[in-house]
Structure formats: C-alpha cells, structure tokens
Design a protein around this ligand. Structure first.
Ligand code: CP
Length: 334
C-alpha cells in the first residue's frame, strides 16, 4: 500500500503488510506520545479536523497526534456550524477546505460521505467515521491494542477468539475491525446481539469467505474461551427513533459478575468508547474499572500512536521524524 499522498477511507485498503507498516511506525511514536522527547517534523503543516458528528476521542486524538508531530490543527465541529447546513455540497466544501490545509480528518453521519468528500479534495482525507459504515482508524487502533494485549499472554491475532457484543448492526467499529481480523488466520468470532441488531450480512460474508469460524447468538451462553471481549454501545443516534433504541439499552450489560461467569480470567475487555454510563444502559459497568484486563484506556492511548503513524505515512515523513527531535523541558508525569 502506498500511503504517501493517499486517502484512508476504508479498511478494505489494507493488507497485512500495510498493517504491519502502520504498527511499526506507531511503535516508534511512543517516546513522543509519552513526552520523553518531541519532534517538529510537521512544523508548518496544517490538519483540517472536520467533525460533523459528535466525538471526543477521535477528534481530540487526531488533533493531539498532529500537534505531537509539530503540526497545527484547525477545527470545524457540528453540521449546523458549517456551510453544509446552507446546502453546500460535500464536493464544494472539500474543494475549498483542501486549499486551507495539508491533510483532513473527517467524521460525518452519512455512510459514504467521507469518500464523497475525498473526491473533491486535493489533499489526503482520513475517515474518522462515516455513519454506520466504517471507522478505519478505530479498527487499526483496536487491532494494535489486541496485538499488544495478546503479546502479554504469549499469543497473537492468528488463532484468536473474539466475542463481539451489543449493537453489531449500527456499530461501525465492529464492522471495520471484523474486516481487518479477516486478514489473519483462523480467527473465531462469537457475535452476541439481539436478532434485530445482528452483524450485517455483508460482514458475515467477509468472515465466511475468509474461512473463519463464527457463531451468532442472542445471549451469553456458558463459558466462553474468548481471548477478547469487545463490548459496544447501542448506537441510539442511528435508530429511527429514541423509543426503538430504548428497547435494547441495558440488554447486554457486562459487569464483574457476568465477566467471571462467562469469560476466562485472562480475557481482555475492550470497548471503542464512549460507554453509556447512564443507569438504563450501563453496558460496561464501573465495577470493572480496576480489573487489569480492562483495556479501554490503553485503547485510547494507542489511538494517538496509530493516528501519528497514519499522518507520518500519509505525509511521507515516517523515516525522518527523529531528525527533528527536540528536548522536552517541562514537567512530565512518569
Ligand atoms: N471511539 C470513538 O469513535 O469515540 P468518539 O465518538 O468519542 O470519537
């Protein structure tokens, strides 16, 4: 895969070699993310960070990643604050905004919108989530986390068993992650969701065609030998009505008791976040916060590394980052 100058719109663009390339560069970004040193390799470069749908970690970690490489960030948040609300097309918006920056990260509520925007852009565009479709950078950071977590257990992604739980219909992170996992060998999928929120057939087809085993179920059953338990939130913003979403909130709660009953003591717990901590939902209980297998905040930290790597590769500076090293002279927490 040739990253330099290209868009990152879908996980379909990736093969195992490209994933390895991203992960190798991400690993090299650790001292910068930990503030052990800093780099100004992107001094003068501008990121257009366009978030037309709510976000905390994707938006801020894209911005942080770009700042950590020495670049500047310009943001637009919310559809109603942009000229899209006045009827401007995605194409026109892209033509304009690509004249103001060097690279764009974008989230939008509609499937295919980021790809449509990219057609009008003269600079690289990275998909930060398009509707219920894809979230490629989340999938890459999830996969990076899975690899790191399983390394601690002396295993790897080939041959692993993942349980995906919750809203598998509208949850774009499980769509993108499933596709990436299909590039590996002998992965087992246990897909736990209400029937109405099951994994789309298109993703099941990808799993089947890649020769992996999968099981579809509507409940936690017995003891699961999953290496990874990937919990998701009911994506209420994608339902036709709040009333319909409410039928499913709170259906698949994971707390310490349920975890102990159904999972191994070493099963890694992941969630793309945000978790819905309101009492009627609470799909990932706070009583798991001190469980050492809870990897959710390691995921968010890894997001910065992976997004730094994608910027470095896309802007063609991955091999010269350390040539622009500088000392950190402020207090840094260990
Ligand atoms: N995981 C994720 O996409 O989080 P945000 O919606 O906060 O960006």
């Amino acid at each position: 895969m040739n990253f330099k100058g290209g868009h990152i719109l879908s996980v379909n663009q990736f093969d195992r070699e490209a994933i390895e390339q991203v992960f190798n560069v991400a690993h090299q970004m650790l001292p910068y993310a930990k503030r052990q040193k800093r780099t100004t390799v992107l001094d003068g470069a501008i990121l257009g960070n366009l978030f037309f749908e709510p976000s905390t970690r994707t938006r801020v970690s894209f911005g942080t990643a770009f700042n950590l490489l020495g670049g500047e960030v310009r943001e637009t948040t919310g559809l109603s604050n942009s000229a899209l609300a006045k009827g401007e097309s995605l194409y026109d918006t892209a033509r304009v905004l690509s004249g103001y920056s060097d690279i764009i990260a974008m989230r939008h509520p509609d499937t295919g919108s980021v790809a449509e925007f990219a057609q009008g852009s003269r600079i690289p565009v990275i998909n930060g989530g398009d509707g219920a479709n894809e979230h490629p950078t989340q999938a890459l950071l999830d996969l990076y986390t899975i690899q790191k977590e399983l390394e601690h257990h002396g295993s790897g992604i080939d041959g692993m068993h993942i349980a995906m739980i919750g809203d598998l219909k509208y949850g774009r992170t499980v769509h993108s992650l499933s596709k990436l996992l299909c590039l590996f060998k002998n992965v087992r999928f246990t897909l736990i969701s209400p029937k109405e929120l099951s994994m789309p057939q298109g993703i099941i087809d990808v799993i089947e065609n890649a020769g992996h085993q999968y099981k579809i179920t509507e409940q936690f059953e017995g003891s699961l030998d999953a290496d990874i338990c990937y919990q998701t939130r009911i994506q209420e913003e994608r339902f036709p009505s709040q009333q319909e979403a409410n039928q499913y909130r709170g259906k698949f709660r994971l707390n310490q008791q349920i975890y102990t009953k159904h999972f191994q003591s070493k099963t890694v717990i992941m969630h793309p976040l945000p978790r819905d901590s309101r009492a009627e939902a609470n799909e990932l209980d706070n009583d798991l916060n001190l469980n050492p297998n809870l990897a959710i905040f390691r995921q968010t930290d890894n997001g910065v590394l992976v997004r730094m790597a994608l910027f470095a590769l896309t802007l063609g500076v991955e091999n010269i980052v350390s040539q622009f090293d500088q000392k950190v002279c402020w207090h840094v927490n260990p």
